[in-house]
Design a binder for this molecule. Structure first.
Ligand SMILES: NC(=O)c1ccc[n+]([C@@H]2O[C@H](COP(=O)([O-])OP(=O)(O)OC[C@H]3O[C@@H](n4cnc5c(N)ncnc54)[C@H](OP(=O)(O)O)[C@@H]3O)[C@@H](O)[C@H]2O)c1
Length: 303
């Protein structure tokens, strides 16, 4: 594994982390505890120390599965979770960004994760109207002082949200999470330069373009009706799959696993600290961790 410093946090994170939205059930299957254990255990063996989860991947369900799995090795992990929603059922959630509601969610996340601190607590892709509340950030910073949160972060909803990104330092927020992958390079324009200028860490989410950049889906592919990807516009997905075919032919060296290549591609950008691909099983964890073999030395955040 390779490691980088997450901005000014002092956290040394693995360049490949594990995204865990899939544990909440919206990707078409539910997870047993032993399956989550196998994924995280394999990650740990490979040197992965970064887990990204959220309050609304199931009703604190993903957090609960993770908490159970890592309770005896909590100190070995950097756990990033989020706040801002109440999950009702798959694809049905309501916003909760009022300070009192957020403190309640924090307590629920701590309980689910079976821990007394969260390493990175991220504003979960809310609108600017929810973001622009001094009282919310004051409340969050008090939770940092109380030791329940080690660092604050912002997971921006639109990957061009320069408003929220540019406020980071002022709000004592130290990391940005953003969609970034070979098919979607918008953060390079404004968000990444702002992160570099402020020296804040970047977690690249959806780095495989929801699995498409593995190259295993061909135009016309259909997703099961309970898989979140079936909710996307089919024509747009087809277009993306066609682009992936061209990228596979023209950019991915022969004999190289495309998923690993796609992750290493994200990690080349000087602003990007880590990628957090969602992993369905230990084999995907292994394939994704292998991306480090394609990552060259000399990145400015190298630890
Ligand atoms: N607003 C937010 O803050 C927000 C939003 C979205 C995501 N996130 C975070 O970002 C994480 C990653 O995003 P994501 O899961 O949506 O998308 P992703 O990482 O681009 O794609 C994940 C999917 O790709 C497939 N895959 C993974 N590794 C593979 C491999 N080595 N070879 C082939 N296929 C592979 C798996 O699906 P199949 O095998 O079924 O194809 C997996 O579920 C999430 O888990 C979550 O933690 C945050």
């Amino acid at each position: 594994m390779k490691y980088r410093m997450l901005g000014k946090t002092g956290l040394k994170v693995s360049v490949v982390g594990i995204g865990t939205w899939q544990f909440g059930g919206e990707w078409g299957r539910t997870y047993e505890q032993h399956e989550v254990d196998a994924i995280l255990d394999r990650g740990k063996e490979l040197g992965i120390n970064l887990i990204d989860t959220a309050e609304c991947y199931g009703d604190h369900l993903s957090e609960s599965l993770i908490g159970e799995s890592i309770q005896s090795s909590r100190q070995d992990w950097i756990v990033a979770t989020k706040f801002g929603h109440h999950f009702h059922s798959n694809f049905d959630r309501t916003d909760v960004f009022d300070p009192k509601g957020v403190v309640k969610q924090l307590e629920q996340s701590l309980r689910a994760l079976k821990t007394d601190y969260i390493d990175l607590y991220q504003f979960h892709s809310g609108p600017d109207s929810s973001f622009d509340q001094d009282e919310l950030w004051d409340t969050l910073n008090k939770q940092v002082e109380a030791g329940k949160i080690r660092h604050l972060g912002i997971s921006i909803g639109s990957n061009e949200n320069i408003h929220q990104t540019s406020q980071s330092t002022k709000l004592h927020s130290e990391a940005i999470q953003v969609v970034y992958n070979r098919l979607d390079r918008k953060p390079e324009l404004e968000v990444f330069p702002s992160c570099i200028e402020q020296n804040i860490g970047v977690l690249a989410r959806v780095p495989l373009a929801s699995g498409l950049l593995s190259g295993k889906y061909k135009p016309g592919a259909k997703f099961a009706s309970n898989d979140v990807r079936s909710r996307r516009d089919a024509a747009q997905l087809d277009q993306m799959m066609m682009e992936v075919e061209v990228i596979g032919r023209e950019e991915v060296p022969a004999g190289t696993d495309m998923a690993a290549w796609a992750l290493a591609w994200c990690l080349k950008h000087p602003a990007v600290t880590s990628v957090i691909p969602g992993c369905k099983d230990p084999a995907q964890v292994e394939a994704n961790a292998a991306a480090v073999e394609l990552v060259e030395a000399g990145h400015p955040q190298e630890a």
